[in-house]
Unconditional design. Structure first.
Length: 154
């Protein structure tokens, strides 16, 4: 969002389709995205977890290697968005982000990937308030769609 309005250009933004470095030796999974295979969505979505590990996110134990890999891919996507858009806050939601232990791993990975490049308190000192869970939890998507529909009617 910019100044309270959704960002819109030629089409709606599709940040889930960011292309990420994908080391096939480390992670041989080709990706779940039907368009790109190994874009952010293809590597870090619920469908990707299921395709790669054969289990849904809520079935995986906290110490499963899926979470380290998930944090890595999410952090790669976020680091690219931070450098490109310089957002004031990043809100992550969806089923996978219900795994609350994922947030600290993502935040640490983002800081490591940025490597001190952006020397701002939000990233260096207040990352817990910079990368945050969706306040509406699993209802964010539905409520956002309702809000957009109401706005379109007006």
């Amino acid at each position: 969002m910019i100044n309270g309005q959704l960002l819109h250009g030629l089409l709606h933004p599709e940040m889930g389709h960011l292309r990420l470095p994908h080391d096939l030796d480390q992670d041989p999974y080709r990706g779940a995205c039907r368009f790109h295979g190994d874009c952010l969505e293809g590597l870090a979505s619920g469908a990707a977890l299921l395709g790669r590990w054969g289990h849904r996110a809520e079935e995986l134990p906290l110490d499963h290697p899926a979470w380290k890999l998930e944090a890595h891919y999410l952090a790669l996507g976020l680091a690219n968005l931070i450098c490109t858009l310089s957002p004031q806050r990043i809100i992550l939601g969806g089923g996978i982000m219900q795994q609350t232990t994922l947030f600290p791993m993502v935040r640490r990975n983002v800081q490591q990937l940025l490597n001190g490049y952006l020397r701002v308190p939000a990233i260096l000192e207040q990352i817990d308030q910079y990368i945050v869970p969706a306040a509406l939890g699993s209802q964010a998507g539905v409520l956002g769609a309702i809000a957009l529909a109401k706005k379109a009617i007006r």
